[in-house]
Design a protein. Sequence first.
Length: 255
Amino acid sequence: METTLHRQLKQLYTDTQSRQEVPLDNYRIDVVRGDVLVEIQLGSIAAIRDKLHKLLVDHCVLVVKPIIARKHLIKLSGRDGEVVSRRRSPKRGTVMNLFDELVYCTRLFPHPNLCIDVPLIEMEELRFPGHGRRRRQRENDFQVQDQQLLKVESIQRFATATDLRKLIPATLPTTFHTGHLAEAIGQSRETAQQIAYCFRHMKITRQVGKEGNAILYRFKTSRSKKRPRRSTALSSLSFPSLPTGPVETTTGNLN
């Protein structure tokens, strides 16, 4: 069942000439915007990896992968029930969470017919007590009734390997291991290892040796080697206009 959040993001990427829920090649496309297919993906990008591989043969695709910067948890007494409590989740997402997805898609991105938009969003999640289809049931289990968009803080677009490299500060040593990388980006060693894996398989870096058990990397230097030409449709695709005020929801504003 489509969530309000999915519907709101779909509307954000729809202009006056766009069409929604368009059947194409045995698939249903969220938004067709000119010559670009827009896919809103709240779940893992890996879940639509095969779909994207097939669509990218003949089409330009923009994948919209929101990252939750702030989440408000709304507890209901039951499905469609009264609000029992509201609290803010301590978890904060950043654009670096994109690598949680890309680590499974190194053969998919970069691609001349593919762009990825990463909106950093504030949202609320409506929950009610229930076990759903869980095999192991616990007292504090809950089911999600809906998710709703409150605010889009920013949108970053990634079209090339260079766009990903720009996320790494210039303070990173020329020769580095994942410990250096973690320190430079202010993230965990685990996140740095994901980034290093992605960069190596996307041919952004190369291995140059070891320091103890740590693999050492360097960024590859750009050469005049001819690269696949990026789609004109994607290059000319404008960013959606961000809402200037709070997005309307059915549960009202949070204090």
